[in-house]
Ligand binder design. Sequence first.
Ligand code: TRP
Ligand code: ZN
Length: 869
Amino acid sequence: MAQTPQAKYRNDYTQPSHTITDIELTFDLHDTATTVTAVSYVKQLADSNTLCLHGDGLTLEAIKVDGADWDAYEQSQDQLEIRDLPVHCELTIITLVNPEANTALEGLYKSGGAFCTQCEAEGFRRITYYLDRPDVLAKFTTTVIADKNAYPYLLSNGNRIEDGVTDNGRHWVKWQDPHPKPSYLFALVAGDFDVRRDQYTTKSGRDVTLEIFVDKGNHERSKHAMTSLINSMKWDEERFGLEYDLDIYMIVAVDFFNMGAMENKGLNVFNSKYVLADDQSATDSDYLGIEAVIGHEYFHNWTGNRVTCRDWFQLSLKEGLTVFRDQEFSSDLGSRAVNRINNVGVIRGAQFQQDSGPMSHPIRPDKVIEMNNFYTVTVYEKGSEVIRMMHTLLGETNFQKGMTLYFERHDGTAATCEDFVCAMEDASGIDLAQFRLWYSQSGTPILTVSSNYDASAQTYALTVAQHTPATHDQKDKQALHIPFDVELYASDGRVIELQRNGEKVDNVLNVTQDSQTFVFENVTECPIPSLLREFSAPVKLVYDYSDEELTFLMVHATNEFARWDAGQMLLAKYIRHNVERVQAGKDIELPEHIIDAFRGVLLNDSLEAAFIAEVLTLPSYNEVSGWFDTIDVDAITQVLHEIKTTLAAELVDELSATYHTLKQTTYTIDHAAIGQRSLRNVCLGYLAFTEAGNQLVEAQYHDANNMTDTMAAMNAANRAQLPCRESLMKDYSDKWSHDGLVMDKWFAIQGTNPASDALDVIRQTMSSHPAFSLKNPNRTRSLIGAFFRANPVNFHTTTGEGYQFAGEIIRELNSSNPQLAAGMVDALMQFPRYDKQRQTMLKAELEKLVALDNLSSDLYEKLTKALEQ
Ligand code: TRP
Ligand code: ZN
């Protein structure tokens, strides 16, 4: 490592010494040497005439102040210090960058044949020296110059105001963004594309041109993205009263991108995975993912762009809130219950896992070395849960009043999480003092509940104790304000009204102490409680439910999420129980009444198909592994496998009947049809483990008229290691090997291949499959990320080959794309959770990595934390 990376602390925030009110950028685009001329209008704010600008990997060509050459400056690795500046000045900086050599995909780089940029969080400093911090808001004017043939489209933020041609076949376009913005929202794209155009009129009558740019030949695959954009614009007007504020909205899809998408003002840049879809190449979940991400980036226009973040510690201000908004969008357009189930799965899986490991942090972190490491499930998904809890406590009307007040106060400025909570508090009159702890405290609270029915007094008492175990980053924990949604049922399924002091009370209880008891009156029989309905807080619930109570709730709970959750709790009981049995050398057991409960759901034709599919889906390996202090890879895998095969064998007739009844002839992507395919394919996933499995799966693959059914067949063949697996894989690869994005699904199957030679096949795929490249993050995550995350048996094999492979890959990515490398290292970082033998091997790989002499700040931060454990 050149220099030990330095941590920054949230509490050290200071206002900038200067600001930049306007910037005029000119890009003279060339593959290996692009000249960037930045003319900034600088205004001194504090008592200092020295300006420190951020910069990273730049070649400085010239500095001028008010038109004159300036030599009072000093350059260091990541800074440009300019001295003796007048209070106001025009600062000209000319730098040179090499887009073609930029494999980190931050700053200005080439994706395929196009130039594009990625500036969040701190990528703008790889383009020019600048005050690259989100509380410096400037008006941007950008001129892009490039070869006219190779780059017919030259794009940047805002409105196109001028264009022209120069000699030697080049042309230029000038863009102006009227909204002051921080540098992380800057974008530039130059290339040749197919363009899909449409139009939207906002509710106040502004006509907006909509343009989606995709690689040539992909025009037909951009239709769903456009529909999703129009739906997003309409939804934000209807639900939040928020309108778009420019005359043009552009989206560009690129193949090389580190994340999902980026909300640059008026010019979103998307990973092509979240734009391109058609029936033959995209699954239903791809369609839903596109809708969610298009919505997410669009919603950032208000929550992120119009009101941005004061500093990066406040990231959840825009991300938690925008995830909440995109979840609500998907829920309003589709099935609320299914959306909630999937979102809760992410919290109980990946987010709880993060809380329990070396990267634990609050949704508003206190200490950061590399900001790229904090685009996490905690900041995003738990951040959204924190917003959702405020929504639960305030209700929709007060929450919307809070949003209105938030925009009144902070539109056009850079705000903090505290500003948001204040707006919610002031608009509603609800005290959120204790609630604020959710922003500063990390970890997963455990809510332990017990109940007591007093027949003579006709009272029912729920005693709720909360405890948050210490996390790697923070030892002492305090009691949180937890909204705890409950409902009580009589044995005939009737809802028992919650009464206290003679009055009806709300279902949402305010849990605020280490332990407290809620007593309900006029309860005429011992009730069955439905607890933590809607997952009203991101906590682990402990309550000693009997099997009878859970099977009762699966049928009688008034809310779909609660019925699903009861099924999950029932499965959890028997998964834990059987892991213990396997560890004790016993066979697994699954009582008849459990099987009957799932049979009942499968046969209940008053339920939505999509919901039944969720009930029949077992919790993920990752979620289950989080229930144990020490993860027994083999026992957990075996139990999940055997529960699946047992249910398959016991329910084979019902599964088969459902499978055949739900056959569709035409493909549509409405929510009912999606739900039916989802249930049918869940059935296939079980049936694959029965005698008829191979024949059914093979037939489905060959009959499929859409990618959802194709992939369901391939996944079933893979999971159950069916004889047809090889031929289906070959057929798919022959058909799609020219298309990396479609091959990602095939790569992910190779990554999760349970066969013992999986790693050999992966290595062979890496070296010889024409569609694979370690330079492309989508390819890498599909093949290799899937192996690390979702192939526990092979990744954790006791020969250590999986770990060595991970070490090799991460070493290579550390040099080419540090952000991607850091995203892949998590699988190695949980070593204290495994047995001694695996711990030793995992640690050895981490130690080799931390000794690299070109170690990136991204990996440095994660590895040092991991090794502190
Ligand atoms: N702001 C983006 C979003 O959530 C996230 C993002 C896209 C990002 N690309 C990135 C973050 C690169 C860091 C680095 O919508
Ligand atoms: Zn976002």
